[in-house]
Design a protein around this ligand. Structure first.
Ligand code: PEP
Ligand code: MG
Length: 539
């Protein structure tokens, strides 16, 4: 049995599918003469065109015309006469097809990344995608298409990037196993959002598991059993059935109002990372969005999303949610969330460094683009802005001044927008300690226990040696939470919690006692959280 961290509840039984980056090293390929190399290249290009055309047709029916356009762009790009003739010229000069293609794609990549225009810079990631596909075809090392894995697959990877997870079809994936990441890592958050059982930080998973192995994944305990016997499979199938039954019993809470025994109205919201997740929140009975982690929009690309792209994402969520509240957190990068093209300087202590609101206040054009997009989207629903990692009152004032500046610009440009309440995450000890003062400037608080626990206990969330200290039940963390809720109440502003602890059934009664108004949790935990709130003894 392999043991990692249980990061997304449930039991998954299925066949192992190892997802490894294809090895694109072509240094041992020998030159077979210009004609032979050109013919290998042409074969790879023909296969690429055939596969891409098939994918375009499939995407048109499954996801829509717009998604298919990106792949159509790949075909157009490869058909550029300069691209293919350039590669053939390099072959004539004595390079193997792989090296020739790599050199020409690199030239196009550098050209696109150096361009002023955002849209053109985006093309660089398309060039990289095409390059990887052509090299895979030439080398015969096609990597696995996650969207095409068979029903009952258990995906094993070092880690899952957001672009990898976006390809997952949850009906086909029985479980996820990774070698890195903890309960609050983004792989874990995404697995829970999709309701897929996950065991993370499983040491040496890629070496210990072979493609096609039968696996049982216990997402509660983080255990992975390889090639179990019939008795064990039976036992886990039974557990799986009981768990599914228990989950179904929660369905009665779908239409129930979130009201405590003593009759106080509370709210259960969902946390999301992309616009489409808003649907999942509604499907799970969520009453709003308590945390939209906008950094996901900035990941897995070569330049920042434009104001228009961000506006589309934020307004889509606002429209999906109707008049329900949508709390959009401004860009929270740095720390463990690196974004290459933002060229954040390497720091000795990134978690204590130039991240989140600190980075945004020092990179005004980037921050203002996001703020303008949010203000414009606010015209389409019930949006609020939330600032991450606040430690002092000046940060709120500075952000609010920028928001006022954006409003003035939009007004003078005649662009539709709406003013919105500006609240903060309380996720640093500093913010909790001065929450009485911050409540004068913030329209609401949302307690981020993931970071608050780490910073209060001075413990790195990812360091196994000190993981016993990473616990929201430690007295110092509980005091910080209590103090924050009480100061919000005293100031008359709403207070929620969007860290993972908001779904902790043992903590919820305490949070109710202190007066927490809103619980924002991963969508698959919404009904359980509502049940716990409704059943807690708060009389
Ligand atoms: C938190 O810190 O509790 C939080 C919700 O933010 P994130 O997990 O995105 O850092
Ligand atoms: Mg945080």
């Amino acid at each position: 049995m392999l043991k990692g961290i249980g990061a997304s509840n449930g039991y998954g039984i299925g066949k192992a599918v190892i997802i490894e980056d294809a090895n694109l090293d072509y240094s041992s390929v020998r030159y077979a003469g210009a004609e032979a190399e050109k013919s290998r290249l042409q074969n790879a290009v023909d296969s690429f065109i055939k596969e891409t055309t098939e994918m375009i047709e499939a995407l048109k029916s499954s996801a829509g015309e717009k998604e298919a356009e990106i792949l159509e762009g790949h075909l157009t790009m490869l058909n550029d006469p300069f691209m293919l003739s350039g590669i053939n010229e390099q072959i004539d000069a004595g390079l193997v097809a792989e090296a020739a293609a790599d050199a020409v794609f690199k030239m196009f990549y550098d050209m696109f990344t150096g361009m002023e225009d955002e849209m053109m810079r985006q093309r660089a990631s398309d060039v990289k995608d095409i390059r990887d596909s052509i090299l895979e075809l030439l080398l015969g090392v096609k990597k696995i298409d996650i969207s095409k894995v068979e029903k009952g697959s258990v995906l094993i990877a070092k880690d899952f990037t957001p672009s990898m997870t976006s390809q997952i079809k949850k009906e086909n994936v029985a479980a996820i196993v990774t070698e890195v990441g903890g309960v609050t890592s983004h792989s874990a958050i995404l697995a829970r959002a999709m309701g897929i059982p996950a065991a993370l930080s499983v040491p040496d998973a890629l070496n210990s598991i072979i493609n096609g192995d039968t696996l049982i994944v216990d997402g509660f305990r983080g255990e992975v059993f390889t090639n179990p016997d019939a008795k064990q499979i039976n036992e886990y199938e039974q557990k799986q059935k009981e768990y599914i039954k228990e989950k179904e019993s929660l369905n009665v809470y779908f239409n129930k109002p979130t009201v405590t025994k003593s009759g106080i109205k509370k709210y259960v919201y969902g946390n999301i990372g992309k616009a489409a997740d808003a649907e999942t929140v509604l499907q799970n009975g969520g009453e709003g969005i308590g945390l939209f982690r906008t950094e996901f929009l900035f990941m897995d690309r070569t330049s920042a999303p434009t104001e228009q792209e961000q506006f589309e994402a934020y307004s889509t969520v606002a429209k999906i949610m109707g008049g329900k509240e949508v709390i959009i957190r401004t860009l929270d990068i740095g720390g463990d969330k690196a974004i290459d093209y933002l060229s954040i300087e390497k720091e000795e202590n990134p978690f204590l460094g130039h991240r989140a609101i600190r980075y945004c206040l020092d990179n005004k054009p980037l921050f203002k683009t996001q703020l303008r997009a949010i203000l414009r989207a606010a015209a389409y629903g019930n949006i609020k802005i939330m600032l991450p990692l606040v430690t002092e009152i000046e940060e709120i004032r500075a952000a609010k001044a920028l928001i006022t500046e954006c409003e003035a610009e939009l007004k003078s440009e005649g662009i539709e927008y709406k003013s919105v309440p500006v609240g903060i995450m309380v996720e640093t000890p500093s913010a909790a300690i001065i929450s009485d003062l911050l409540a004068r400037e913030a329209a609401f608080f949302s307690i981020g226990t993931n970071d608050l626990t780490g910073y209060t206990m001075a413990v790195d969330r990812g360091n196994a040696k000190v993981s016993h200290l990473y616990d929201a039940f430690k007295p110092s963390v509980l005091r910080a939470i209590e103090m924050t809720i009480k100061n919000a109440k005293a100031a008359g502003i709403p207070v929620g919690m969007c860290g993972e602890a908001a779904a902790n059934t043992k903590l919820i009664p305490m949070l109710l006692e202190w007066g927490l108004d809103e619980f924002s949790v991963t969508p698959s935990s919404i009904l359980q959280t509502r049940k716990t709130i409704c059943e807690a003894d708060d009389k």
